[in-house]
Design a protein around this ligand. Structure first.
Ligand code: XMP
Length: 323
């Protein structure tokens, strides 16, 4: 029978067997999946684990600080934070194609982990052979089962991985769905703020800019996203919606009128969805007042944005993210 206690016991035993007395690093993204994977592995191998948080510059407002504070407080694991913004933005310069972006981001993650591993070895001695990832069952399915050919899109931690990877992967959540991962997280004693967090993709805002990813565009999107999140939280809708991607259509412009005259700016798309497991989703019927508030604030407060549109497409036919 499936119980969280059984899952934890079984995975802890498997991880112990796989890693032995070697060491592992775990890529932490701030999301539920990597947090639960890290907590499971920490339970199995204790301080043979070091968590690595890569700040790729594609995170939302305040996210890095939150990981540094909350996760360490909750688990006591060793955390290494790597500032890799310049590296990722340089690698993404000039790229608009979604799958190319995903592959670049997946590759750069691994290169940063390899570098982090070298530093950890230099600081603490013996080799690190294992990379822990919070890959879930739906990630595997939608990436084509790790066969290298994406069915739908290459999740950064499955189809987006480079071929010449130096690590052996540890993926204790590979058979689980999100709701199960949340239950396992609870069983492991992780706090509500982590366990109930809405999903956020590893490639971050990099796949929420339709067009080339630049620092200026990321800053715009970060502002718009922060406003949407703040208003959704104020309206008490966090538990009701599964997640609400906020997307910048950087390659689209439309005419508007703001302040003294004509503007020629970009649209922001709100994509609130409800879902059980992200494999299918329905668009959330948010209250008009909440949509109105978000729209007014974004167009008033975010420069270069003169329109807010609502994505009322289910999955299928749309995916949750736009890329
Ligand atoms: P889609 O866009 O495929 O998204 O309908 C399904 C769920 O997965 C998240 N997502 C990702 N998560 N790495 C992740 O960790 C990725 O590369 C990735 N791509 C999409 C998405 O936010 C949604 O919850």
């Amino acid at each position: 029978t499936w119980t969280t206690v059984n899952v934890v016991e079984e995975q802890v035993a498997l991880i112990k067997e796989q890693v032995g007395d070697k060491r592992a690093i775990c890529g932490l993204s701030g999301g539920v999946d990597s947090a639960v994977a890290a907590a499971l592995v920490a339970k199995a191998i204790g301080d043979q684990l070091t968590c690595v948080y890569v700040d790729h510059g594609l995170m939302r407002k305040g996210e890095t600080e939150q990981v540094e504070k909350d996760f360490v407080a909750a688990t006591g694991v060793k955390l290494k934070v790597v500032d890799a913004e310049e590296r990722f933005l340089t690698a993404l310069a000039g790229v608009s194609d979604p799958e190319t972006k995903r592959k670049i981001i997946g590759r750069e993650f691994i290169r940063v982990f390899e570098q982090a591993q070298a530093e950890i070895i230099a600081d603490e001695g013996p080799a690190v052979g294992f990379l822990v990832q919070g890959t879930l069952y739906p990630d595997v399915v939608e990436s084509g089962g790790g066969t290298g050919t994406a069915n739908i899109k290459s999740h950064h931690n499955v189809g987006g991985l480079p071929d010449d990877i130096e690590f052996e992967l540890v993926e204790p959540l590979r058979k689980l769905f999100k709701d199960e991962v949340r239950m396992v997280g609870q069983e492991l004693g992780l706090p509500e703020e982590i366990v109930q967090r809405q999903p956020f993709p590893g490639p971050g805002l990099g796949i929420r800019i339709v067009g080339e990813v630049t620092k200026e565009r990321l800053d715009l999107l970060r502002e718009a996203d922060a406003i949407a999140r703040e208003e959704l939280t104020l309206a008490g809708l966090d538990r009701e919606i599964w997640q609400c991607p906020v997307v910048l259509l950087a390659d689209v412009r439309s005419v508007g009128v703001q302040g003294d005259g004509r503007t020629y700016g970009h649209p922001i798309v709100l994509r609130p969805v409800s879902s059980e497991d992200a494999m299918t989703a329905d668009w959330s019927r948010l209250p008009y007042e909440v949509l109105a508030k978000i729209s007014t604030r974004i167009t008033n407060e975010v420069p270069d944005v003169n329109r807010v549109v609502l994505d009322c497409t289910s999955k299928p036919p749309g995916t949750i993210e736009w890329e």
